[in-house]
Every structure is written in C-alpha cells, then in structure tokens.
Design a protein around this ligand. Structure first.
Ligand SMILES: Nc1ncnc2c1ncn2[C@@H]1O[C@H](COP(=O)(O)OP(=O)(O)OP(=O)(O)O)[C@@H](O)[C@H]1O
Length: 297
C-alpha cells in the first residue's frame, strides 16, 4: 500500500518554482531517502506532505486524504526538522510530554531510554540546550512518536558522529520491530546508505530518480577504458555522467544488471553518494529508473 501519493505537484513561491510536476509514491513500511542538492525542493515536499504548505497545483494524498488541516491524517504523521521551534519556556520534559499528547503511538519508555542514551538534560529549558542536544530532542521525539509516517528533515545535523550512529542504530532496530514509513532527508548520504530502502532524488524541483535502493546500487557502475570501447558498451544505456581524460573514457551508468567478462573494460561499483553527485552535477544526465519496492534484509 502507498502511504503518500503526489501527482504532478507544482509549488511556486512567487517567481520561484520550487516543485515542477513532482510525482512520488511512498510505500508503506519502507525507509525512503529523499535526496538532492541545496534548494532542490526536499523541504517543500515534506512541508506539503505534513500540511505546513499547500501545493500550487497537482494531487497530494497522505493515507488517502489531503493532509492540509486534516487532524486524522496529521495524528499519524511526525515531521522532525532541524529548525524546530519550541515555546520559549519549554523544558525538554515538556516537549516529551507534548509528544505523548500528540502522537497516538507515543512510547514514553522508549523516549526515556533515548534521553538517557543521548544524554539530554530533561529539566533544562530547551532554549538553553546546545545545538547537538537540541537535535537530539528532535530525533528522540521522531523515534518515540512511532508515527506511521515519520519524516526527518536533517534534524541530526547538530549531532556528533557518535550520536548520529546512535540515531541510525536505534532507528533501524525500532523499525525492524515496528515497521513504519520513514523519510530521511539528508546530505550525509554515505552515512545513511545502508538504511535507505528506496531512493527519491530531486533536482531543481523535479524527480530524477525514484527507485529501489538495492536495485539502483546493483545496477549502477562506472565503466572505464579506451574511449571507443566504452562508447560501444554504453550505447543505448542510461548515462549519469561522463568524463574523458585523453583517450580514456569514464562513464557512470545505471541499468546495468550484469558486467560482461573479458570486455577489457574496468567496472567499479558506485556508492549512493557518488550516484547522487554524478546525477545532479551540471554535466550529469537525468535518469529514469524503474521504481521497485525493496525491504530490509
Ligand atoms: N518561503 C519561500 N519563499 C520563497 N522561496 C522559497 C521559500 N521556501 C523555499 N523556497 C525556494 O524553493 C526552492 C526549494 O527549497 P527547499 O527548501 O524545498 O529545498 P531543499 O531541497 O530542502 O534545500 P536544502 O537541502 O538546502 O535544505 C529553493 O529555490 C528555495 O529558495
């Protein structure tokens, strides 16, 4: 079942077209990576899905209904963002209590264990927390909400590497026991590469890639070799990027299920981060990859 459906969604802010005909479906019980360069439109997508902004045109459905001012939909949605604001005098414990009131699946024991693991002072006024502690509060609320649709818009930017690892580990462990639909928007792609089951890559307001992560990883390679031999191999395939150094050509391709033996060409695997960089850098080329539904091991 799909939890989210966006069809031909456009969002304009005055003269700026932030989203330009976006079509996305997010499957139930899947961890999605919502990736793209600065200003690509990721936050706008998440704001529309969580009823914080309305689309200029197109169709938006979350759990089958439009999310805007729809309490039935929004009770099942948790949106955690880096710039999250809290009332001035709120202490951490107040934010956690609010989480318990807002989210039907809230797990107070889980929240308490995360507070201890992240070392967040619950009696501290939120405005006086360090940047990392503030990020930890968002992450704790996102995890303990157990919302059927949980979106994280880079809320862990303030966390140090150890705390980020803790977040990824707790997310994966909890998700394995209680699957839900998660959207992670991040620029730390290598760090979340193993978590992501489905990739949505947005560039300049358009969806470039919407594909099962495992398939994408397995079918994306960089081929290097003599220019004419590489050109013969890549003919008719979907190119993400090419660079030429003298007589040597290096092309990153997707949709390559098998590497031919004895071709005299060199095939290198491509990480998700490399793929995103190559697909979105100015001489990268848009790709269309068949969407598939993946699940964790
Ligand atoms: N309130 C606004 N008014 C005008 N333009 C806006 C507004 N919010 C976003 N934009 C523009 O819409 C585009 C998409 O912005 P958005 O915040 O969705 O990108 P993003 O992918 O989340 O970027 P980042 O990775 O930098 O957070 C950008 O060009 C941005 O400048």
């Amino acid at each position: 079942m799909n939890v989210v459906r966006m069809d031909r969604v456009t969002k304009r802010y005055g003269r700026v077209t932030a989203l330009d005909g976006v079509g996305i479906t997010l499957a139930e019980n899947t961890i999605h990576g919502l990736l793209g360069r600065n200003g690509a439109g990721k936050t706008t997508v998440m704001q529309i899905l969580t009823g914080q902004r309305s689309e200029t045109s197109g169709t938006v459905e979350v759990f089958g209904r439009h999310p805007y001012e729809n309490p039935d939909v929004l009770a099942n949605v948790c949106f955690v963002k880096e710039s999250q604001r809290y009332p001035d005098k709120f202490k951490v414990k107040h934010a956690l209590r609010a989480g318990g009131l807002l989210f039907p699946n809230w797990d107070a024991d889980f929240a308490a264990s995360l507070v201890a693991e992240f070392g967040v002072p619950v009696n501290q006024v939120i405005a006086k927390l360090s940047r990392g502690q503030l990020s930890a509060v968002g992450v704790i609320i996102g995890l303990a909400s157990r919302a059927p649709l949980t979106l994280f818009d880079e809320p862990y930017l303030g966390l140090d590497a150890v705390a980020r690892r803790l977040f990824y580990d707790r997310l994966l462990a909890d998700y394995a026991e209680r699957p839900r639909t998660v959207v992670l928007s991040t620029h730390l792609i290598d760090e979340v590469g193993d978590l992501i089951e489905h990739v949505v890559l947005i560039d300049q307001g358009r969806v470039l890639i919407d594909a099962d992560a495992e398939t994408l990883r397995g079918q994306t390679v960089t081929v290097t070799g003599p220019a004419d031999a590489v050109d013969r191999f890549v003919a008719g395939r979907t190119e993400l990027h090419r660079e030429r150094l003298g007589g040597v050509l290096r092309v990153t391709l997707t949709g390559v299920p098998e590497r031919p033996l004895d071709s005299g060409l060199d095939f290198e695997p491509v990480s998700l981060q490399q793929l995103v960089v190559r697909a979105t850098q100015p001489n990268g080329r848009p790709v269309a990859v068949d969407p598939g539904q993946g699940r964790h091991r």
